[in-house]
Design a protein around this ligand. Sequence first.
Ligand SMILES: NC(=O)C1=CN([C@@H]2O[C@H](COP(=O)(O)OP(=O)(O)OC[C@H]3O[C@@H](n4cnc5c(N)ncnc54)[C@H](OP(=O)(O)O)[C@@H]3O)[C@@H](O)[C@H]2O)C=CC1
Ligand SMILES: O=CC(=O)O
Length: 324
Amino acid sequence: MKPSIILYKALPDDLMQRLESHFTVTRVPDLKPETVQQHADAFANAQGLLGSSQNVHAPLLEKMPQLRAASTISVGYDNFDVDALNARNILLMHTPTVLTETVADTIMALVLSSARRVVEVAERVKVGEWTSSIGADWFGIDVHHKTLGIVGMGRIGLALAQRAHFGFGMPILYNARRHHAEAEERFQARYCELETLLKESDFVCLVLPLTEETHHLIGQKQFELMKKSAIFINAGRGQVVDEAALIAALQNGEIHAAGLDVFEKEPLPIDSPLLSLPNVVALPHIGSATHETRYNMSACAVDNLIDALNGKVEKNCVNPQAAR
Ligand SMILES: NC(=O)C1=CN([C@@H]2O[C@H](COP(=O)(O)OP(=O)(O)OC[C@H]3O[C@@H](n4cnc5c(N)ncnc54)[C@H](OP(=O)(O)O)[C@@H]3O)[C@@H](O)[C@H]2O)C=CC1
Ligand SMILES: O=CC(=O)O
């Protein structure tokens, strides 16, 4: 008999067929308690879980006594209670690598659009304000050859460094928990303490996971250290930044502008002060959101679940030690 799984994200037809050739699939819209209650038998019997953007914590796991593997269609897994998974030897699979280049492209788009005010001036054109040759009040600032500070020199940080170094001639400073020889050798990136990076960078780019250590890593004190001309970019997780402090820093002119793909609360509430600041480019968490990459992430997550339920944890497994 095929193992039963819960799917809480729509998949392309061919991937759905692949999934159904291995598993008996119950498709649900989300993992809310009322949904779980409505499909109580399916959750009670499920050995696998596949989807994205929902919290998977202890109360849900209690409803899934047979669960052996969860597969998230994302690289970040801060929405999973990994300790609770480990306590039950439930494997957690994720999708690193397939999205790296696309997310780095998105970050470069944030750098360019916030520095050159692309969104703001395009809106001015659309509302008919381009009535004569533009003046300095439409100008942006240069990106090329400015200093880029990357906080988090992992897969995406490295792909960003590659673009900045070869494409834009940018000197690169970086901070991570350890030194990264590849970044230093290929892109002449210089490791520095976070405080030094914040003081010396023209662009500060966060590409960090959300963990206990990174929660609110950037707050009032860190914004005060940045140059008044600095542009702040966050494409990691919103909760790494104290958003109230970011708003204050933008309003008080402590930093020049921000390009944001992630927020403390998502979707970003319509009354967020960030939305009324002209020097903010706010994106709806689209780091990996291209047709090609989202397909590849889903395919990777399907294969990951098949592997995990067959005891294969050589790649893309967050907690291989949980393998029984
Ligand atoms: N906006 C979006 O749509 C997307 C956002 N993301 C986010 O980006 C994150 C990074 O992805 P990826 O590059 O693949 O992950 P990696 O694990 O490859 O890189 C993470 C980097 O963060 C560093 N880091 C972790 N904790 C700390 C800390 N306390 N202080 C300093 N550095 C730290 C790591 O340091 P070290 O190298 O020393 O271990 C590593 O360099 C994801 O976890 C996710 O949250 C990812 C994809 C899309
Ligand atoms: O935020 C997206 C991810 O893949 O993580």
